[in-house]
Design a protein around this ligand. Sequence first.
Ligand code: GLV
Ligand code: MG
Length: 328
Amino acid sequence: MTTTPTTAPGTRPVRPRRSNLAVPGSSQKMIDKARTLPVDQVFLDLEDACAPLAKPDARKTIVASLNEGGWGDRIRVVRVNDWTTHWTYRDVVEVVEGAGANLDALMLPKVQSAEQVVALDLLLTQIETTMGYEVGRIGIEAQIENARGLIAVDAIAKASPRVETIIFGPADFMASINMKSLVVGEQPPGYDVGDAYHHILMSILMAARANDKQAVDGPYLAIKDVDGFRRVAGRSAALGFDGKWVLHPGQIDAANEVFNPRQEDYDHAENILDAYGWFTSAAGGARGAAMLGDEMIDEASRKMALVIAGKGRAGGMTRTDVWTPPES
Ligand code: GLV
Ligand code: MG
């Protein structure tokens, strides 16, 4: 008799997730359109963008659409319903049995505890084993959408090696804490509460970074207000988030741009890496601290530069300015 692992093994590939497109799983038209859009990730939704009566058919539409292919490099995710509903197990069983080979991750909304992640991990392991899939390949994206989830976010991030991302769900979160606003991601109008989101975003980011996960910001509902999207996305990008949801094609370019470094920062980061590599080598004098133009660089500069260069490379950026060692 073989024993089923309680959690899946392995390290996970880190893929760019600057733009994460939400697509109702009940809309074949929007699913077909999603295959043509320049996003890093698509998630087909069985939860809040899918009416209760439409969920059974949407499961079938999603399975067929994943198996049909045409998704290119996009990360293929399905958002199932949360564990407090009666839909979750059927979502998981139907989608993973039907299309597990063509699925990269499941998104679990309204996660409140590490146990809820473990429950999904165990169910996935059973289905993968039964179906002869590689055990542990399918990832989990955990959405933090209420006070309980935020308080448990570190335990949630480390609950399973399948967890790839921690996602902020601002709409549900605002409702759950009774925030006085209907403008998702912005200040409650007429109140000065500083940055209402700073604590939430930083708590998610700390849990993600402490556990080597990606941090993703949720939706901006005013889909025509691209400046507003840029402002809110800019805040999470500046903190260090890896990407944000997009609800409409008009938000995609802004997301891909905002979560890439600026061109000058990318060039500068690559130059720091090259220059520091040279200065620390025998040819460059084996120095641990050196001047790059007017700037002193050392090992900590290299670490900062690695982050920016890594994001730029993952986003397909190319250098427009290349440092060369001084003539000796
Ligand atoms: C997304 O699911 C949200 O609630 O904002
Ligand atoms: Mg939500």
